[in-house]
Each structure stands twice: as C-alpha cells, then as structure tokens.
Write a protein that binds this ligand. Structure first.
Ligand code: ZN
Length: 190
C-alpha cells in the first residue's frame, strides 16, 4: 500500500490517543505503544491459555483502548447529542441521563418516541452551574408552585421563569405541575 499525501486522524489501539497517520492501517501512535500492546496481548493470551479460556474475542475485548478518544472528539464537535452520547460524556448509565431529563436537570427535545436530542451547550452549562453544588432532594413540601411564588413575592410568572433559568433554580415536575425549590426562591427574592 502506498502512503497517501495527506494525513488522517487515527486512534491508537493501545493508549486511545489520537494521532496523525499517512496510512489507514496504522494502529499505534508510537513504536512504544506497539511494543506495549504486543506484550500485553501475549501476557493475556498466556494467562487465558493457562486458565483454559483462550478465545480471540475475549482477548480483543480486554485490549480495547482505555480512552475512546475518537468517539469523544466526535461528540465534542456535535451540536446535538443523543441520550447515549450524553451518558458516554458523563461516563454514566443511560437511565441516569433519562432521570436527569425527567427531573429537569437537562433540557431535552423529543423528536419522536425513540429520539431525544440534547443541546451540547446545555451540558456545558450544567458543569458551570454545578459549582454551586446544590442537593437535589426536592419534594412538594420544600417547594413552591408558580402561583405560590407569584402570591408571596409579587413577581410575574415570566420573571420567575427567567430568573429560574438564569440562577439555576432547582425544580421538579410532579403530577404535571412544576415545583420550585423554596430555599432557592427565598434566597433569590427575599
Ligand atoms: Zn499510543
């Protein structure tokens, strides 16, 4: 195979880092990674042989890159993410992401039943706001309904809505109604 004149981005199957290569077949970012990977492979094969478990597949499984840098690089560039991709970014379960959406911690749009999209900038915001480290154990007892806030603080629904977003007021949905954290609202308006 002749080397092309342009370079392409590849992922090292040993360390998971991205590297530039002139060939699509290059597997390692460096000679060092090549050697390391070879040694590791031999060691695993030997171990599995001794345990009578040798299968090509299980060895390959264990040799997956530790860092999926390629996926990560792609996801970082995307404007809208799937639930799976968000879970990947957070290194958490898909169910956790769905729960975050349910609890209004992440804004999500349902394009249809099986397609939810999340704006990546919302994910970034989550990290900026998380510095406040607020507990999220909201109940109907430590929350206000919108009408209660309007009544108590004489502010418009719009103000509550906009301030709520801007100041990351904790909120939750319960039986179709949105509840706002008493502590956060009191803190903001009193
Ligand atoms: Zn490498």
């Amino acid at each position: 195979m002749t080397a092309s004149t342009f370079t392409i981005l590849r992922q090292c199957i040993n360390c998971g880092q991205m590297f530039e290569s002139k060939k699509t077949t290059t597997k390692y970012c460096s000679h060092k990674c090549n050697q390391k990977h070879y040694k590791l492979r031999k060691k695993l094969e030997k171990k599995e042989r001794s345990e009578n478990l040798l299968t090509a597949q299980s060895t390959a499984q264990k040799l997956k890159p530790k860092v999926k840098a390629l996926n990560y690089a792609f996801i970082k560039e995307k404007e809208f993410l799937s639930v799976r991709e968000v879970a990947y970014l957070f290194n958490c379960n898909i169910k956790t992401v769905y729960r975050m959406i349910e609890n209004n911690n992440i804004n999500a749009v349902n394009l249809n039943d099986r397609m939810t999209r999340i704006k990546r900038t919302d994910i970034d915001l989550l990290f900026i706001n998380s510095k406040k480290e607020k507990p999220t154990n909201l109940t109907v007892y430590n929350s206000y309904l919108m009408t209660e806030i309007v009544e108590k603080y004489k502010v418009s629904r719009n103000t509550i809505y906009n301030y709520g977003k801007k100041h990351n007021i904790r909120r939750m949905k319960h039986k179709g109604k949105t509840y706002y954290s008493k502590a956060d609202i009191d803190n903001l308006f009193s």
